[in-house]
Design a protein around this ligand. Structure first.
Ligand code: FES
Length: 110
């Protein structure tokens, strides 16, 4: 999960609001057991990024490699996203900004 929340140029959101979202993401990933290395589905990794080149309607959250982008991810939305999308594999359609699924194409031979 990649979150633009406290960008150095702070274009997409208020950094104070973004920091709340980041802190809530960290707290809930831990509390919901999503960082537990014994988790059967694997651990969920998080990273705070400086800018995702959206620069509006932030905080912006990307779930990768599914390529699902959420906009306006205030801290009160984090639990819904984690429970619905990450735990139950049901993306929260009404908050999706765009989708850019990661695809691996066939290797090209030289
Ligand atoms: S500053 Fe957040 S996407 Fe660019």
């Amino acid at each position: 999960m990649l979150l633009c929340a406290t960008a150095s140029k702070a274009k997409c959101c208020d950094p104070a609001e973004g920091l709340e979202t980041w802190n809530e993401l960290k707290r809930l990933l831990r509390n919901l057991g999503l960082e537990n290395e014994q988790r059967q589905e694997g651990i969920v990794l998080r990273s705070k990024v400086d800018c995702l080149r959206v620069c509006e309607r932030g905080p912006i959250l990307v779930v990768w490699p599914e390529g699902i982008w959420y906009a306006n991810v205030t801290s009160n939305k984090i639990e819904t996203i984690l429970r619905s999308h990450i735990i139950n594999n049901q993306p929260v359609e009404q908050w999706i900004y765009k989708t850019t699924p990661f695809q691996i194409g066939p290797l090209q031979s030289a």
